[in-house]
Design a protein around this ligand. Structure first.
Ligand code: AGP
Length: 615
């Protein structure tokens, strides 16, 4: 996620903003910038790279004086990381300057309209469109900046947290939020603006958190007024006394980044389908797929290459693509694929899945596939990453930075992207009728709130974790779409608690693993009321007769498995093909709580790296 910092008050703004940006570095970013009004003019310095690179550049480029300014760390969503796409962005007149965290979905249409009105653009960003929309409104309606921002934001679809000021009136900063966080630190005759309180905690513990669809005009020596963007009505500005310390703020109040990222999944999934799943028009729009539709429709097969959790997402995609779009899919470990001299033709499409976009084996697999003429499509979480740049086309997951080494929101957003792709191709091939297509769109749009529902079992899961935390081995079983989830659940437990765990297709148990089962072995069985439910129930009975301890992941309201298992964890009902997005949630929480109870280093488990950039 991008980081926002602003200051208006009696002190020099530059050091406060720069140090504030450093406080936000934990959010992950690829470029940084600052804008100051130095008493005579607007000074802007911005660069691809780190805040330290910005400091070096600012030393050469700008006078670092002035007591009003805004600063930004960018996590690219539109436009690759480079100097031009970095924030702040200026309006065409050069008078208005903006920083923005979020995604403007309708920026293309707004940009077209502005271009017909003579506006020009330097960058590929949605943010530069927004600042020129604000300028266009300000001129057309002959209104002040605050009113122009309010009118402009009512034309915008998407998510934003913005800070804007006008160099011709450098005594106020206008802020607004919808879907991305924005806090105001209230000092003695000074105000701090930031994505969270970490940049201003050392100056003041008095904070106002804007709610969604709220904006405020922050002026020198004036009390802050918060308004509704929709209709300009004043709302009370509630100043709260912060109790959190810096580390707690960076983790959003959670004990670990992993837990924060588990709980970010509803937003991450929403952000990933935002602008792509258009339920009212009953369409899916994905530029990377649309531009290569013919290739996809004529493909002999799809080969998915990935590692670890991303490989598990690929396995889920195999079930979804073949079930919905009837396209043959093979899923390969990138590390095996790259060395085994695979048969690849130009009629093959390779999909490379990678959260970091830097995994060496996956990158090598891509290069091999391309050398043999295949078209390669990337599903990455980091804009401008090596894999994103190496692939012929792609679709980003908009999960935001994933700090915890154990992938969580990356997995569910990868499945979201791959599900959208499969549905889009199924529609194009006519292998899904419009009723089923609409039902999938509706259900996919309901997934974020169903994930919220699944997260409510946290305390119950923690209780189960306490019972089984000293197990030496665990077995995870699933069938169909949930077989890959069983593998993913086992990986989560292994990598953060160091307990040996294996995932297996439930039916495979009788071909060996059943020999392992005794009263000391917890078996996690995904038994949602879809697909092969009755067969999973009979697997559970086989386990029970061997005294295995059964933890069932069941559809809410299930009584049959509840009467058989030692424990059940409920998830809301959904379509079978979407159930991995829900059944994985309790498995993430179970591994998290066991690891915490065992006092393991959850965010940085031993021997592991967040991105395996070496072979
Ligand atoms: C999963 O929790 C691990 N972090 C690891 O298996 C990871 O999924 C794998 O290294 C692939 O990383 P990537 O998605 O960044 O390519």
């Amino acid at each position: 996620m991008c980081g926002i910092v602003g200051y208006i008050g009696t002190r020099e703004a530059y050091p406060i903003i720069i140090e504030g940006l450093k406080r936000l570095e934990y959010r992950g970013y690829d470029s940084a910038g600052i804008a100051l009004f130095d008493g005579t003019d607007l000074k802007v310095s911005k660069t691809k790279g780190k805040v330290s690179d910005l400091e070096a550049r600012a030393d050469k480029e700008i006078t670092k004086h002035g007591n009003i300014g805004i600063g930004h760390t960018r996590w690219a969503t539109h436009g690759v990381p480079n100097d031009v796409n970095s924030h702040p962005h200026l309006s065409n007149s050069g008078d208005l300057v903006i920083i923005h965290n979020g995604i403007i979905e309708n920026y293309e249409s707004l940009k077209q309209e502005l271009m017909t009105r003579g506006f020009t653009f330097q960058s590929d960003t949605d943010t530069e469109v927004l600042i020129n929309l604000i300028e266009d409104v300000k001129i057309k309606e002959n209104v002040k900046l605050g009113k122009a921002v309010q009118i402009a934001l009512n034309q915008v679809i998407g998510a934003y947290a913005i800070a804007v000021f006008d160099k011709t009136k450098p005594e106020e900063i206008v802020i607004a939020r919808l879907g991305s966080p924005l806090a105001v630190g209230v000092g003695e005759d000074e105000f701090f603006i930031a994505s969270d309180a970490s940049p201003f905690l050392e100056y003041t513990k008095n904070a106002i958190y804007l709610e969604d669809e709220e904006m405020a005009i922050i002026r020198f020596h004036k009390a802050i007024k918060v308004r509704k963007i929709k209709d300009d009505t004043i709302v009370p500005a509630y100043v709260q006394k912060l109790q959190m310390n810096l580390e707690q703020i960076e983790k959003g109040g959670y004990d670990h980044f992993m837990l924060k990222e588990i709980h970010e999944q509803p937003k991450a999934i929403t952000d990933t389908y935002r602008g792509r799943l258009l339920r009212n028009e009953a369409i899916i729009k994905m530029a990377g797929v649309e531009d290569n539709m013919k290739r996809f429709l004529n493909a002999n097969r799809i080969i998915i290459v990935a590692c670890g959790t991303s490989w598990h997402a690929g396995l889920v995609a195999e079930y979804i693509f073949e079930d919905l779009a009837r396209i043959p899919v093979e899923v390969e470990y990138a590390s095996e694929f790259r060395y085994r001299n695979p048969v690849i033709t130009e009629n093959d499409i390779v999909i490379a899945i990678s959260q970091s976009g830097e995994t060496a084996d996956t990158l090598a697999a891509i290069k091999l596939a391309k050398s043999k003429g295949a078209f390669v499509f990337g599903v990455c979480n980091v804009v401008g990453s090596s894999i994103a740049r190496e692939t012929d086309a792609g679709a980003y997951t908009h999960a935001g930075p994933e700090i915890g080494v154990a992938s969580t929101k990356a997995f569910t957003t990868q499945i979201t992207v791959l599900t959208l792709m499969a549905l889009r191709l199924a529609r194009a091939k006519g292998t899904i009728n419009s009723t089923d297509f609409r039902q999938h769109l509706l259900e996919l749009e309901l997934i974020p709130q169903k994930v919220e529902e699944a997260l409510k079992s946290d305390a119950h899961i923690k209780m189960i974790a306490d019972i089984y935390k000293d197990s030496r081995n665990c077995l995870y079983l699933g069938r169909g779409f949930n077989f890959p989830v069983a593998l993913e659940g086992a990986l989560k437990l292994k990598e953060i608690s160091y307990i040996h765990a294996e995932g297996y297709p439930a039916a495979e148990m009788k071909h060996g693993p059943i020999a392992l089962i005794d009263e000391n072995m917890p078996i996690i069985v995904i038994a949602t009321k879809k697909g092969h439910y009755e067969k999973v129930v009979s697997n559970i009975q086989e386990i029970k007769s061997r005294k295995g301890k059964i933890i069932g992941i069941v559809t809410a309201g299930d009584t049959q498995v509840r009467d058989l298992a030692d424990h059940v964890i409920e998830v809301p009902d959904t379509l079978e093909s979407l159930s991995p997005l829900l059944t994985t949630i309790p498995l993430q929480l179970l591994s998290y709580h066991i690891a915490v109870l065992l006092d393991k280093n959850v965010d940085q488990p031993r021997n592991l790296a967040k991105s395996v950039t070496v072979e």
